[in-house]
Unconditional design. Structure first.
Length: 222
């Protein structure tokens, strides 16, 4: 019943996405949009391209797309911050481009490796590149769906509205990761949920440790 209600609530968004998908000029973006709403279907339709080269192209393109959205957001923000110089804006744009590409590669290969190792422990049957390709498509869906909201977040009075939407898209993407892992490895929903849950806990722990190390290092230099 919950699943049926969720599908009913998402129907208008899916209808809009289907129209948008037919107008997207690039095959990669069409797959990302399909993966945002139907990750298992997207995985099956592009299974023949589940290799390192195609996945890498997707990830680089995802990084560029995310970087472009954040760059537009920064440009919008600069209109409300007259004190921002051209030099600082250029540095910000370069930093954003590098961070988004590195983030995309980290998700598609690094985070996927963590999920794969956990899946192997829980008797998963899928292949690493198949899973990485699926995770990449789902991540691309997140970036594409988030792009307009990321751009609008550059407007100060719109940012408080955009951030909850972006958070919701992020949470929904982890549900898509769950569907990809379950589908690729032919495991139960409980095992797939366990894999996603453990990976989240490990990511949070690593983030806390990194933040603590940075804080301690900064304090030691002062």
């Amino acid at each position: 019943m919950v699943k049926k209600a969720a599908h009913k609530a998402a129907a208008p968004a899916e209808s809009f996405a289907a129209k948008a998908e037919s107008r997207l000029p690039d095959r990669h973006m069409r797959l990302w949009l399909e993966a945002f709403f139907h990750p298992e279907k997207a995985v099956d339709s592009d299974r023949k391209n589940a290799n390192f080269q195609d996945t890498l192209i997707h990830l680089l393109f995802i990084g560029v797309t995310a970087g472009a959205a954040m760059a537009l957001s920064l440009l919008l923000a600069s209109f409300f911050q007259p004190q921002m110089t051209i030099g600082s804006l250029a540095k910000g744009l370069l930093r954003i481009a590098l961070v988004d590409v590195v983030m995309a590669l980290s998700v598609g290969f690094g985070f996927s490796m963590l999920l794969y190792l956990l899946a192997m422990i829980l008797e998963g049957k899928g292949k690493y590149m198949e899973q990485s390709h699926g995770i990449t498509l789902a991540y691309g869906g997140q970036i594409l769906a988030s792009a307009p909201f990321n751009v609008l977040a550059g407007v100060p009075f719109l940012a408080p509205i955009m951030f909850p939407i972006l958070f919701a898209i992020g949470v929904y993407t982890f549900y898509n990761y769950y569907l990809v892992v379950r589908h690729i490895h032919k495991i139960t929903g409980f095992k797939a949920g366990l894999i996603i849950g453990i990976s989240l806990l490990l990511l949070i722990a690593a983030s806390v440790m990194l933040a603590t190390w940075i804080a301690v290092s900064t304090a030691a230099k002062i």
